[in-house]
Design a protein around this ligand. Structure first.
Ligand SMILES: C[S@@+](CC[C@H](N)C(=O)[O-])C[C@H]1O[C@@H](n2cnc3c(N)ncnc32)[C@H](O)[C@@H]1O
Length: 406
C-alpha cells in the first residue's frame, strides 16, 4: 500500500530545513534528508548521485534530496557515508510548548502508525526557546499518545531500544521539523562489528576515509594499526561493491507503506552487483586480541577470505612495502598511551613510513593535532573530520623514494 501523499519541501541550505511544505501528489517523490558526519557531505553527495537521487543540496552534516521509495530504500541499503535517512512529514513554527503540542496534534498520525505499534522520539534542539531536547521529546510523545487515546481509548506504546516507528524531531529556535526516521539505529551500526577494541572508528567514518582517498580498489591496501578491523573491512566492502546495509534491518520495514517486493528486488540487485577483489587488503595490529576481533568481524561481514589479518608491530616492519595505499588510525594518546610517549610514537610512525613505505600514499587519521605534526612529513592534503566529539585531521603523506621532508 502506498501512502496517499507525497510532500514537496524546499530547504534552505544553511540551517536544517524546510521553508515550505506543500502536500501534493507528484510522481510519488518526496523530500529526503540524509544525515552524515562533519566533513563527509561531499562524499555523500557523490554516493547520492550514483543511486539516482534528485535535487541534491548540501547542508551542514546533512544532504537534502528528492526521491521515491526506491531511492529511500537504496539510501539505507547502499550509502556508506550516511548515518540516518529521514523522511520529513511536517515543518512548522512554534514559539512555546503549547504551540508545539498543538501542531504535533494536527498531524494525522494514523497515516504512519496504529495503536498497536511501538514508537520512539529522537529530539534535538538548539536556540533559546526550546532548550531541553528530552522535554520536547516527551511533549511530542504526549501529543501523539493523547490524540490516539482521545479517538480510540487506546494508545501506541513507547519503546526506546527497538521501536516499530522512530520519529525525529529537530527544533532550531522556533522552527520545528518532524520526520520519520527510515533507518532505525544509526547506519554506522552495520551489524558485523559485534566486538571491538578501545576507541574503534564508526563504520561510516571508516568508509568516508577510504572514499576520501579516491582509492580505486586495485592498489594494495594496508591498515597497519587496524584495531577491530573497521577500516580494512569497509575497504573490502567498497572494493567488492558489497552493500553496507546488507547485514541489518531498517525501520522503514515496519512502515504501513512498506513495499516488500521492491525491497527484495533491490537486495537481490545489490547481491548480483558484488564483484571480485582485485587487490590485497591487509590489517595489522601489534595486539593479539585486536587481530582476533578483526577476524571475527570480517567473518560476520562475509569477507574473511578477502583480508589478511596478522599480528605485526608497525614500528618493526618485516618487509619493505611499495605501491600500496596505507590508511591508519593510530592511538591519540588519551588512554592507550601516556602523553610523553605520544610525540616520540608519532615521530617513529613518520620514520617507519619514510624508511619502509617508499612509493606509497599514507593517510593518517588522528585526533592529536599536536602529535600528528611530529610525523615529520609535509601533508599534501588535510581533511578535517570528527571522530565522535574529537576533532581530527585525515592527513595525506606522499612517500617518495628518498622522502620529501616538510
Ligand atoms: C585507535 S585504535 C584503532 C581503532 C581501529 N581503527 C578500529 O576501528 O577499531 C589504535 C590501534 O593501534 C594499535 N597499535 C598501537 N601501536 C601499534 C604498533 N606499534 N603497531 C601496530 N599496532 C599498534 C593498537 O593496538 C590499537 O588497536
Amino acid at each position: 500500500m502506498c501512502l496517499p501523499i507525497s510532500i514537496q519541501i524546499c530547504y534552505s541550505t544553511d540551517i536544517n530545513y524546510i521553508c515550505e511544505i506543500k502536500k501534493k501528489k507528484m510522481n510519488n517523490e518526496f523530500a529526503i534528508v540524509a544525515k552524515t558526519l562533519f566533513g563527509l557531505e561531499e562524499i555523500l553527495i557523490n554516493e547520492l548521485e550514483q543511486i539516482g537521487a534528485k535535487e541534491i543540496t548540501k547542508s551542514h552534516r546533512a544532504v537534502f534530496y528528492k526521491g521515491n521509495n526506491e531511492i529511500l530504500y537504496k539510501s539505507n541499503l547502499l550509502l556508506r557515508t550516511a548515518i540516518r535517512i529521514l523522511k520529513p512529514i511536517k515543518s512548522f513554527e512554534a514559539k512555546n510548548e503549547k504551540e508545539l503540542y498543538a501542531e504535533i496534534q494536527k498531524i494525522n498520525w494514523e497515516d504512519f502508525m496504529t495503536v498497536s505499534n511501538t514508537f520512539a522520539i529522537d529530539g534535538t534542539t538548539s536556540g533559546d526557546i526550546f532548550t531541553h531536547s528530552k522535554y520536547v521529546s516527551l511533549l511530542t510523545k504526549d501529543a501523539i499518545v493523547d490524540k490516539f487515546r482521545d479517538k480510540y481509548n487506546e494508545r501506541p506504546s513507547v519503546e526506546i531500544e527497538n521501536p516499530d516507528i522512530r520519529i525525529n524531531l529537530h527544533i532550531k529556535d522556533t522552527t520545528c521539523n518532524i520526520s520519520l526516521d527510515s533507518s532505525g539505529s544509526n547506519l554506522g551500526k552495520r551489524g558485523y562489528k559485534l566486538r571491538q577494541v578501545f576507541a574503534p572508528l564508526s563504520e561510516v567514518l571508516a568508509a568516508g576515509m577510504v572514499l576520501s582517498t579516491g582509492w580505486d580498489g586495485k592498489l594494495n591496501f594496508i591498515d597497519p594499526m587496524c584495531g577491530s578491523g573497521t577500516i580494512p573491512i569497509e575497504a573490502a566492502l567498497i572494493a567488492k561493491n558489497i552493500a553496507p546495509g546488507s547485514f541489518r534491518n531498517f525501520a522503514f520495514e515496519n512502515w504501513a507503506d512498506f513495499d516488500k517486493v521492491l525491497w527484495n528486488k533491490l537486495k537481490t540487485e545489490a547481491k548480483n552487483n558484488i564483484t571480485l577483489l582485485k587487490c590485497k587488503i591487509f590489517g595489522f595490529d601489534n595486539d593479539t586480541e585486536a587481530i582476533s576481533i578483526s577476524k571475527e568481524n570480517a567473518v560476520r561481514a562475509g569477507i574473511a577470505d578477502d583480508i589478511i589479518f596478522k599480528k605485526q608491530d608497525f614500528l618493526k616492519p618485516e618487509t619493505q612495502i611499495s605501491e600500496s595505499l596505507i590508511i591508519m588510525n593510530p592511538p591519540y594518546g588519551e588512554r592507550l598511551m601516556e602523553d610523553d610517549e605520544i610525540i616520540p610514537f608519532y615521530k617513529e610512525i613518520g620514520d617507519t613510513l619514510k624508511l619502509n613505505y617508499n612509493g606509497c600514499d599514507a593517510w593518517i587519521l588522528s585526533g592529536n593535532l599536536r602529535a600528528i605534526k611530529f610525523v615529520g612529513l609535509k601533508p599534501s592534503r588535510k581533511i578535517p573530520l570528527f571522530n565522535g566529539p574529537i576533532e581530527c585531521r585525515l592527513n595525506k603523506f606522499e612517500l617518495y623514494r628518498g622522502s620529501k621532508k616538510g
